[in-house]
Design a protein around this ligand. Structure first.
Ligand code: PLP
Length: 299
């Protein structure tokens, strides 16, 4: 299962001037460096899913996502590498494919477009079976890799998280990565989740339901740094990304990690941490999304 070089996932200390020495350490885990297409956390959420599908003789992986989904392209790429067919159920109809969907097709993924209304049935196994009735032996991976193999795979990230970090910051989409990490790392370590959509607090119930009961503590979910909603941004956020890049040579993505680090910067400014805290921010990759703003970015 080695299409990814996990040794590239280095821990980069951020510049002390950037955080005014307000905490003892602020580091970033560079999962964005492990692969250009199969972005950071997506590989971890997929690897046990794909391994299971192959071990059990499934011929086709079916998954779903939006037109800019990092999960779809990561699945398309991974499936091709392992010689298993991939089908993507896409939310919405496109006259012109997005670059992400183009890339999925180039990797051999078959795309099936459904209306946004129909897409709401995505959790119904019957609905899915119907749509992909012309394929046999399908293994279904939910949107965002949000199943037990996805959570267990995300838990493998614990190997990069030393016990001496007091806080781990993670961007949240489905919550799978946060759950996987919470279930594995030391209970005393605080996890700070940053939701990039409006009213992201709705995810708390789902997250809580999937954390092992004895581990269900020391995590928080913030949803105030959404910048207008999922996939939305403003000049303030773009300037922040450019400044962050100039300072650290780390490209953030406009959908997830930029909002997380913006939130972190405000929390640091508000003195939300103590001077002994040691924080690890997870750069979960996803840089594909930046094509939509590439002219505004200096990287
Ligand atoms: C998909 C994605 C996330 C969200 O991960 P979940 O496990 O669904 O919460 C976070 N960051 C990036 C860059 C992503 O592409």
């Amino acid at each position: 299962m080695d299409i990814i070089d996990e040794r590239r996932a280095v821990i980069q200390p951020l510049n002390k001037f950037w955080y005014n020495n307000k905490v003892a350490a602020l580091d970033m885990l560079r999962l964005d460096l492990i692969h250009p297409v199969v972005s950071g956390n997506k590989w971890f959420k997929l690897r046990l899913n794909v391994a299971y599908a192959m071990d059990h003789g499934f011929k086709t992986i079916v998954t779903s996502g939006g037109g800019y989904s990092n999960h779809l392209i990561a699945t398309a790429f991974t499936a091709k590498k392992f010689g298993i067919r991939a089908v993507g159920i896409v939310r919405g109809k496109y006259n012109v494919l997005t670059p992400t969907l183009e890339a999925c097709r180039a990797e051999g993924m078959e795309l099936i477009f459904v209306t946004k209304e129909d897409y709401n049935n995505k959790h119904e196994p019957k609905w899915i079976k119907n749509i992909v009735a012309h394929f046999d032996e399908i293994f279904m991976i939910p949107e965002g890799g949000a199943n037990e193999w996805g959570r267990a795979g995300a838990g493998l990230l614990d190997r990069f998280i030393k016990d001496d970090y007091s806080h781990i910051a993670v961007a949240v989409g489905s919550g799978t990565t946060l759950i996987g990490i919470r279930n594995k790392i030391n209970d005393q370590q605080q996890i700070l989740g940053f939701a990039p959509m409006k009213k992201g607090a709705y995810l708390k119930a789902y997250i809580s339901d999937h954390i092992i009961p004895v581990k269900n503590k020391n995590w928080q979910l913030f949803d105030e740094w959404h910048f207008g909603g999922f996939g939305k941004w403003n000049n303030n956020l773009l300037n922040f990304m450019n400044d962050f890049y100039r300072e650290h040579k780390i490209p953030l993505d406009v959908v997830y990690t930029s909002k997380m680090m913006y939130g972190m910067s405000e929390m640091l400014a508000n003195n939300s941490f103590s001077s002994c805290d040691r924080i690890l921010c997870i750069h979960s990759g996803g840089l594909q999304g930046n094509v939509s703003v590439k002219d505004e970015l200096c990287f």
